[in-house]
Design a protein around this ligand. Structure first.
Ligand SMILES: Nc1ncnc2c1ncn2[C@@H]1O[C@H](COP(=O)(O)OP(=O)(O)O)[C@@H](O)[C@H]1O
Ligand SMILES: [Mg+2]
Length: 183
């Protein structure tokens, strides 16, 4: 079977990083700041958009993240991901939806969690992991970073993430509560 990596013909520079800020200063208060009339063009230009939680809603008007991703699917054929804070993350691959809850951790400082998630997601994708494994690894990496103070200093090593997943019984062979939708 073709891996996700082959199907997305991934080049690292094409990974989209969407992190709209929580803008009080937006011209249109219904939209996050930094969303402009060219945001659609920007999304179309990247192969793997990874949205912050409120962005799919802002783009589509649909509050439910799954439904919002399915609307965005009409204008983008690549993997579409959204991070959901303590609730984990969701990925639409074709019409197949994957949802993986974040591990429960004692949060000290969530600064940088979104960036850590994206870095780990890219790593899992390039390694050829399955969609669920990509989300599981990225969630775990980001969650671990939340247990430590700081942004850069809080990024865990790969070994730490692997040990953490093993401890949770979520090693690559383990079973989590992740779900695969009906597509
Ligand atoms: N309270 C938390 N507990 C566990 N994991 C978390 C928590 N907050 C964030 N994460 C992890 O970090 C990822 C990114 O966090 P999120 O809040 O969605 O991004 P941002 O705040 O940058 O928009 C989440 O998808 C999740 O994997
Ligand atoms: Mg957050």
């Amino acid at each position: 079977m073709e891996s996700i990596r082959q199907r997305t013909k991934l080049r690292i520079g094409q990974i989209g990083i969407f992190r709209a800020n929580h803008g009080q200063h937006s011209v249109n208060p219904a939209l996050p700041a930094r969303q402009t009339d060219r945001t659609g063009e920007l999304i179309a230009a990247v192969s793997v958009p990874i949205f912050a939680e409120h962005v799919p809603r802002a783009l589509t008007g649909e509050a439910d993240p799954e439904r919002a991703l399915r609307i965005l699917r009409k204008t983008h054929s690549g993997l579409l991901c959204v991070t959901l804070g303590a609730r984990g993350s969701m990925l639409l691959d074709g019409n197949q939806l994957y949802r993986v809850p974040a591990p429960s951790v004692r949060v000290v400082d969530a600064t940088g969690a979104g960036d850590v998630f994206r870095g780990a997601f890219i790593y899992g994708l390039l390694r050829g992991d399955s969609p669920v494994d990509i989300l599981r690894f990225a969630n775990a990496t980001a969650a671990l970073s939340c247990t430590r103070e700081g942004a850069l200093d809080s990024v865990p090593t790969r070994r730490e993430v692997e040990e953490f997943l093993k401890g949770k019984g979520q090693g690559s062979k383990g079973k989590g509560q992740e779900s695969k939708g009906k597509g």
